[in-house]
Design a protein around this ligand. Structure first.
Ligand code: HEM
Length: 478
């Protein structure tokens, strides 16, 4: 099916779409605060429906929230639609045009590169490392619980995902859970927000002059790229000195694919994809986990049930003992799926058509920015029975088991990992990390939020992040 099927006798044009009132020249620019952008788009969607248009300075943006339409468009990539062009422009000039941003004919070989690398390092082989890093997190949290410390849980979880992602990517574990200040991580912390700022900025001033923050970024990028190249050199050396049938990490797996005849992959592509995996894998998973904390804290009965379940599975072990046991932890992953339904960490997915199309009876010229906002469907009672309620078990019930014609859950409306050929290739790894961390937490601790939940605000950064997540843990005796 193509998205051009709906062709009414007189299609509407973009100018006919409803729009929020704005100022001459600036349009709606002053109403759009970067950290609150998603809320503003959702607020207008509530008033204007879908689709609508807005003007952010020189940029015309159309905004959409119909699930089936978004599904159909996402599935027609990369031939008919691409991500909005700023994403590729900004990441290319930083030497990071990897799988997330690459477009056109270059996308397919890179997708193959990353998928093969993720499959080759298969998680069963990686499980002992994941197990060890989860145990390390357990020890760190236990120390904090005994000392009665309030933890910044966003930060703790980020340390965990950084250690996991780096260990998988390079085979080198930075151990940020036990030691401060990893050089690469410190630079990445600077690079991520700058990527977002540049993509969102309608005026690409940095191509004309550099502010101090742009010069800092240049220095950070230089260090990170030098590090990635050094890692590539070491990986090649190790592959020569100690050949191994199964690649020991993603970098080795990607270098093996790159060296295949006709791979259409260069060393620059491998380097860009190392950066992409670090970028795409850390904040997303840590933030999804962080949003789960307030819901667990609010329901001690749920915590008790999860504690009993984890204790049965773990036996005498501190964390989930084997890769096979992960499959008994569906409900633990559902805790986060449900939290990110209510706080979609991937709040917006943006695309543009590569040719003129007609969508929902509207003529959309090639290159028009289309922003897909995910939350309206996620809180729609047609897709989720009692949509405002945190109910993780909805994901383990049959999807049609809702009340009054509603569905328990509609997986098509859950676009947290995207859809179609460009669906997130890291979702399985994220699921494994989520199962391991939440089962360990529930096995050993009672969770309390150390602030009023109403104080926690959503901040749109790379992911939709909680403004804070102070948590107090109480160690369980049994
Ligand atoms: C809970 C955690 C995560 C969430 C919510 C998430 C979400 C997303 C979303 C929404 C997309 C865009 C999909 C689309 O356009 O259809 C995406 C793409 C991507 N993700 Fe994830 N992600 C997560 C974890 C990860 C991890 C752990 C990795 C790798 C280690 C990863 C690597 C990527 C890459 C490389 C892409 C680009 C794929 C392409 O364009 O072909 N993600 N992710």
């Amino acid at each position: 099916m193509t998205t051009t099927l709906t062709l009414p006798a007189t299609p509407r044009r973009i100018a006919d779409l409803p729009a929020p009132p704005g100022l001459p020249l600036l349009g709606n620019l002053l109403q759009l605060k970067p950290e609150d952008f998603h809320n503003q788009l959702e607020h207008w969607a509530g008033k204007l429906g879908t689709p609508y248009r807005l003007q952010a300075g020189p940029r015309l943006i159309t905004v959409w929230s119909d699930t089936e339409l978004m599904q159909a468009v996402l599935r027609e990539r990369p031939e008919r639609y691409r991500r909005t062009r700023e994403i590729e422009d900004v990441l290319s000039e930083m030497g990071g045009n990897g799988l997330f941003s690459v477009e056109g004919a270059a996308w397919k070989p890179q997708r193959r590169l990353v998928m093969q690398a993720l499959a080759a390092t298969h998680f069963r082989g990686f499980f002992p490392t994941l197990h060890a890093i989860t145990e390390r997190l357990y020890r760190r949290l236990l120390r904090a619980a005994v000392a009665g410390e309030v933890l910044d849980m966003g930060r703790e979880l980020k340390r965990y995902t950084v250690d996991v992602t780096c260990a998988l990517a390079f085979g080198q574990d930075p151990n940020t859970l036990e030691q401060e200040g990893d050089v690469i991580q410190d630079h990445l912390e600077l690079i991520f927000p700058m990527i977002m700022q540049r993509i969102a900025n309608p005026f690409a001033y940095w191509r004309v002059f550099r502010l101090p923050k742009d010069r800092r970024l240049d220095r950070g990028l230089k260090v990170v790229h030098a590090y990635v190249r050094e890692m590539m050199g070491k990986a090649r050396q190790r592959m020569r000195d100690d050949p191994c049938e199964t690649p020991r990490n993603l970098l080795e797996a990607m270098l093996a694919v790159r060296d295949e005849p006709d791979s259409q992959i260069s060393d620059d592509d491998v380097a860009a994809n190392v950066l992409t995996l670090l970028l795409a894998g850390e904040d997303t998973t840590a933030t999804s986990l962080a949003w789960t904390m307030p819901y667990l804290a609010a329901d001690t009965a749920l915590q008790s049930r999860l504690h009993a379940q984890a204790r049965d599975i773990f036996g005498t072990e501190a964390v989930c003992p084997t890769h096979d046991d992960l499959r008994h932890l569906d409900l633990f992953e559902a805790l986060t799926t449900e939290a990110t339904r209510l706080h979609p960490i991937a709040a917006i997915n943006s695309v543009e058509p590569l040719q003129d199309v007609v969508l929902d009876g509207v003529e959309i010229p090639k290159g028009t920015r289309m922003f897909f906002i995910n939350r309206p469907a996620l809180r729609d009672s047609r897709h989720f029975a009692q949509a405002e309620r945190y109910d993780p078990e909805r994901w383990t019930r049959d999807r049609h088991e809702g009340a009054g014609g509603a569905q328990a859950h509609n997986p098509r409306a859950f676009l947290q990992f995207g859809a179609g050929p460009r669906v997130c290739p890291g979702r399985h790894l994220a699921g494994v990390e989520i199962r391991l961390v939440l089962s360990m937490l529930m096995r050993h601790f009672e969770i309390e939020l150390a602030c009023d939940p109403a104080e926690i605000k959503e901040v749109l950064a790379f992911a939709l992040t909680p403004s804070k997540m102070p948590v107090r843990l109480k160690a369980r005796m049994a």
